[in-house]
Structures are given as structure tokens and as C-alpha cells.
Design a binder for this molecule. Structure first.
Ligand code: UDP
Length: 405
């Protein structure tokens, strides 16, 4: 959990932004905010909540975070939903829907709902809205729903329509809904262990620990082992680059407790990488300083996602002024303007070409990284996110025809 104090952020974003947050928070005095999601660790949602909840509390907003109970069967089904909402082919049958509804019903019975504002993250806890009374309910969709499987989307719509508002990360995902909709991008915390500056000896120590050498360029993807992150595609990209330039590939990922597919994907990745000592596959369960160090030690960061809600790993890399090559999908183009703050790609060949270009032109790579860092400073830091959420909470108590944001 975050123990950083709100005033410490003034050094990064300036005092006026902190003053604004304090002023806004006063307007929410007395309101209880209850966040609900499906995992306390792993993945972007848990990452954001672990930083945001303590800061809202410090701002005297009574904020809580609860996690639903699932189990293997439930998370197998919700992972299928996740894939299908991202447009991947998935066989979802009536039994899957029944399991989803049955476990959701258990959560409805067991979970105490006490928030004036109940802030539900992603599809897993979505059915809880059946407990809605006089309080306000927000559904926060963190995933890329630009081309969802219609059957699952329509199944979820029955629940979404009962919320007071829905929040999406990018205009590209915004569906037609009869409820109020907000566009709010995610953020990273510049002062967290994941993102703060690190002494060079810490970075070198982590490289030594994992036997990664600075003598060859390091190409890195940090991601859960998930097909939508395309780790096998990343190995293909690396192989293309390696034909022209000796380099190393670092694939670092941990699991998330609501992602049961990771183990299998990891096995496939290990199989594809075997016999190449320059491919490092690391499992780093919740080791923020090590992830930070590996990102900082990298020559190029790649994020070859097939779909991506936002891609906090891209934000984290840009904040570290790293040149990034990332797929032109989901929330990534909000972060990277092609040839200005990184390079966007649409294929394995395109990604390989972009990485070669960056390895051959360090000055160009450096410039892209610097531009990326400024873009993140202006748009994707936690302080902006806090402000947007407070305005969102306040707007729930205003009539719809009043333009608030
Ligand atoms: N992450 C991590 N350890 C890992 C893999 C990922 O801490 O082994 C973090 C990563 O640094 C980022 C978040 O998990 O903060 C992933 O968020 P993103 O939006 O990139 O993807 P998601 O997992 O939510 O699809």
C-alpha cells in the first residue's frame, strides 16, 4: 500500500495541482467510496487501486477497497469473458454463464455494501449492482471493448444499464449506452517503488542477480503471460532483430490471481525460448523495485499487445524516458504519438524494424523517450487521475444537464 504523502507529489507536478486536489476533496466530505474488484495483486487495476486508495484517504475521503471471492471455476469463466470482450474467439456456453451468475450471487449475499458511491472495476464483480439501493454505482471498464463478442457484451449490458455511470479509458471503446459515460485514462504513480528514481547500484544489482549483461542491448516486455500480450510474437520480433544485431530479450511477468491462463502461456513461452541463453524469462511476483530496475536497464521496451485496455507498462516505460515500440491498439496510441513519443507497430515485422531503427539511432531513441516522459507528466500521473475521479464522484450528485467536467 502507498505510504507516500500527497504533498510529496508537488515536487513532480507543482503545488497548484495539489492545492486543487485538496479543495476538491472538501466537496466530497462525508461520502464513503467503496471500490470493488477481483484481485488484490497483479495487473493494472490492483496496481492503480493500491496507490490511489491511500491517497484519497489522506485527502479525507473515506475510501475502501474490497475484493470479491471467485475460485478457479469462476475465474476460468471470467477469463473467457475477458478474452471474448477483447474480440478473441471463445466458446462460452450456458454452464459458464450459470457458474458466473451463481458465484456472483454468493458474492451478493456475502459482500457488505456500505458505500455512498460503489465503484465496481471490470466485469468480474459487475452483477453486484443487483444490490443497488439509494447509493450511486459506477462501472469502471479497464479493458479494450472496441470490438467485443456481442453475445457477452449483451449479457453484461443487462447489468451495466443499472449503473449510474460507466467509465472507459479511451474514446475508441466508448459504446452506446443509456447511462452517463466518462472517459478517464489510467495513471501511474511517479513516487511508487515501481516508478521512482533508482540508484545505479540497485539497477546493476538486479541485472547481476538475473545474469543479464549490459554488454548487449536489452529488449524488454514486462507483462502477465497472457496471449493478448503476445509473448510468443515478442520472441519472433527478437529473432528478427537478432539477425542484424546481437541483443538480449527479457520477458518478465508475474501472475494475477484472477488470471488462470498464465501458467500455460508461460510454458509455451519457455518452450519457444529454449536453447537461447540470451532470452531471459523471469517470474517476478510483485517485486516492484526489480521491475523498475529492469525497465530502467532496458535499451528498448516493447509492448506487443494484440488488445490493450491502456497498457500501464507503456506508461511506466515512457516515464523512465525509455524508447518504446508498442502495438497500435487500445489505449496505447493515447500514450504514443508515432515517431514523437515512441514507435507504433502493427506486425512482428514492423516491431522488428522499429527496434532495429532505435538500436541504430540512439540519439533518436533518446529524444522519443524524453518526449514520452513529458507526455506522461502532463497526462498520465496519479494526481490527474485523482482529480478526474473526484470530479466524477461529484458529478453523480448533479443533474445530467449540468455540464460539470
Ligand atoms: N506487472 C508487475 N509484474 C509483472 C507483470 C506486470 O508488477 O510481472 C505490472 C506492470 O508493471 C503494470 C501492471 O502490472 O503496472 C500491468 O498493467 P497493464 O495495464 O500493462 O496490463 P494488465 O495486466 O492490466 O492487462
Amino acid at each position: 500500500m502507498n505510504t507516500t504523502k500527497i504533498n510529496e507529489y508537488a515536487a513532480v507536478v507543482g503545488q497548484p495541482i495539489i492545492d486543487d486536489l485538496k479543495l476538491l476533496s472538501k466537496r466530497l466530505k462525508g461520502k464513503v467510496i467503496q471500490n470493488i474488484n477481483s484481485t488484490a495483486v497483479g495487473g493494472g487495476v490492483a496496481e492503480i487501486l493500491s496507490r490511489m486508495v491511500p491517497l484519497l484517504r489522506e485527502l479525507n475521503i473515506d475510501t475502501h477497497w474490497d475484493v470479491i471471492k471467485g475460485g478457479r471455476q469462476f475465474f476460468d469463466v471470467t477469463k473467457k469473458f475477458h478474452n471474448a470482450l477483447h474480440g478473441r474467439p471463445e466458446e462460452i456456453n450456458q454452464r459458464d454463464l450459470d457458474i458466473f451468475l451463481e458465484i456472483s450471487q454468493n458474492n451478493i449475499e456475502e459482500m457488505d455494501i456500505y458505500g455512498d458511491i460503489v465503484f465496481v472495476h471490470d466485469p468480474q464483480p459487475i452483477v453486484l449492482v443487483k444490490k443497488k439501493k439509494e447509493n450511486k454505482w459506477i462501472w469502471r471498464c479497464h479493458i479494450d471493448v472496441s470490438s467485443p463478442n456481442q453475445m457477452i457484451w449483451e449479457f453484461l449490458e443487462d447489468f451495466i444499464f443499472n449503473y449510474d455511470a460507466a467509465v472507459f479509458s479511451s474514446p475508441a471503446f466508448s459504446p452506446k449506452l443509456p447511462i452517463r459515460q466518462f472517459l478517464i485514462s489510467p495513471s501511474i504513480d511517479p513516487l511508487s517503488d515501481k516508478n521512482r528514481e533508482l540508484p545505479q547500484e540497485t539497477i546493476d544489482g538486479v541485472l547481476r542477480k538475473y545474469e543479464i549483461y549490459k554488454s548487449k542491448p536489452i529488449i524488454t516486455q514486462i507483462s502477465r503471460f497472457d496471449r493478448l500480450k503476445d509473448p510468443l510474437g515478442v520472441i519472433e520480433v527478437y529473432k528478427q532483430v537478432k539477425r542484424y544485431r546481437d541483443c538480449q530479450l527479457l520477458l518478465a511477468g508475474g501472475g494475477a490471481s484472477d488470471d488462470p491462463e498464465g501458467k500455460k502461456v508461460l510454458e509455451e513461452v519457455k518452450d519457444k525460448a529454449k536453447h537461447d541463453p540470451d532470452i531471459h524469462i523471469l517470474l517476478l511476483p510483485q517485486n516492484d523495485i526489480e521491475i523498475n530496475a529492469l525497465q530502467r536497464a532496458s535499451t528498448v521496451i516493447i509492448q506487443k499487445s494484440i488488445k490493450e485496455g491502456f497498457g500501464l507498462t507503456v506508461t511506466e516505460a515512457l516515464w523512465k524516458a525509455k524508447p518504446v515500440v508498442a502495438s497500435n491498439v487500445g489505449g496505447i496510441p493515447l500514450q504514443i504519438t508515432h515517431k514523437y513519443s515512441g514507435l507504433l507497430c502493427n506486425s512482428i515485422e514492423g516491431a522488428g524494424f522499429a527496434i532495429k531503427q532505435l538500436l541504430n539511432s540512439p540519439e533518436y531513441a533518446k529524444k522519443l523517450g524524453e518526449n514520452g516522459r513529458e507526455h506522461v507528466r502532463n497526462n498520465f500521473l496519479l494526481t490527474r487521475h485523482l482529480k478526474d475521479y473526484m470530479l466524477l464522484f461529484l458529478s453523480l450528485y448533479h443533474r445530467e444537464d449540468v455540464v460539470y467536467l
